[in-house]
Ligand binder design. Structure first.
Ligand SMILES: [Zn+2]
Length: 358
């Protein structure tokens, strides 16, 4: 039987499409482990973040830079173009969570759509090259138009579809810093990529500093800010009656997460944010991560324990006077890597990100 990987390889999009599949929790068992050390000499499989977009942010021209010696950097400039191409070719996988809430995967970060008489509410807009696939998938859910788009944070793989969806009639809602970051040039250290400001059509029209509640489609939808976490612009989205939470990139299910230090992210902020989600979840809550398969409270609790374990170990190494390179050499995640080290962020890179944010 042909696996999804076979199909992707034969489609000529092997590397990038496999990456997208990994991030979207598809065919995980058939995916190879990421290769190589976290050194910038051999950049491992990357994450679908910050691809350039005609309507969104675009990478700023850059002179070739010498290879970074910073272990928290794993540059791969070609990856962005590969991911845009893959999103253009990818199909959408739709999963019904409850009768009125669906998970859509395939074109960037995980997308959630709530349907009902008030019109569709979408959480995140994916990579813009996949927007036509997204619109096709939305059209199959019900006949009501898209009215609201919530961004969980500013990263490209969650906001690149904003402009096209806004032009379709959606009002874009996000935390204040999402608009600020989309409005101005950005630098993402972990991939060593610079971005220009997004177009006006891509910017959120409604912003809030802390928490906002939307009352739509017979549910209470809480948008809750989690400061200094994956970035400084993260919210999670809680459908209270539906008992569904989209965590944004607070949660990479089954993987070491990206902590975007250049956007204000910190390991301790991520842990605090995860704790906020756990405090709201019960045994029946369906929790959607930014990347990976949907899960439940136990899955998120296991991820939380991993974050705390790594943070504690790295903090001790740092307190003992070890440099970041010495901390990496000590292999503080050795017993965890088989479980958590197969995603886009390599163990060494994760240790460096944690070290630098403590
Ligand atoms: Zn992100």
């Amino acid at each position: 039987m042909r696996t999804r990987r076979d199909f992707l390889v034969q489609s000529g999009l092997s590397t990038a499409a496999l990456l997208l599949a990994r991030y979207n929790g598809l065919a995980q068992e058939s995916l190879p482990a990421a290769e190589g050390p976290a050194s910038s000499q051999h950049p491992p499989a990357g994450q679908p973040v910050l691809a350039p977009a005609s309507e969104g942010q675009t990478p700023a021209p850059q002179a070739p830079a010498p290879a970074s010696t910073n272990p928290a950097v794993q540059p791969n400039p070609d990856l962005i173009q590969q991911l845009r191409a893959a999103a253009a070719a990818e199909t959408i996988k739709t999963t019904k969570l409850i009768d009125t809430i669906f998970l859509l995967q395939g074109v960037g970060g995980n997308i959630v759509c709530q349907i009902g008489p008030d019109g569709k509410l979408l959480v995140d807009s994916g990579i813009d090259t996949g927007t036509r696939h997204l619109l096709n998938a939305l059209g199959k859910l019900d006949m009501h138009p898209l009215k609201l788009l919530v961004n969980t944070h500013w990263h490209f793989d969650h906001t690149s579809g904003n402009a096209a969806l806004h032009l379709q009639g959606a009002m874009v809602v996000a935390q204040t810093n999402t608009r600020i970051r989309l409005s101005s040039p950005q630098y993402m250290q972990v991939y060593d990529v610079h971005f220009t400001a997004a177009s006006d059509a891509a910017l959120p029209q409604d912003t809030f500093p802390d928490t906002e509640t939307l009352w739509v489609n017979n549910d209470q939808v809480d948008l809750v800010y989690t400061p200094d976490a994956h970035t400084d612009s993260d919210i999670f989205v809680h459908f209270v009656k539906g008992n569904v939470i989209h965590t944004g990139d607070l949660w990479f299910n089954g993987m070491y997460p990206l902590i975007d230090l250049s956007s204000g992210g910190t390991i301790n902020g991520m842990i605090r944010g995860v704790d906020q989600v756990l405090a709201l979840a019960d045994d029946h809550t369906q929790i959607v991560p930014g990347h990976g398969a949907e899960g439940d409270k136990d899955d998120l609790q296991a991820y939380r324990e991993m974050l705390v374990t790594v943070a504690d170990r790295v903090e001790k190494l740092k307190a003992q006077g070890n440099t970041v390179q010495q901390a990496i050499t000590a292999k503080p995640t050795a017993d965890l890597d088989a479980t958590w080290g197969k995603g886009s962020i390599q163990p060494n890179t994760f240790v460096a990100l944690v070290y630098d944010s403590l």
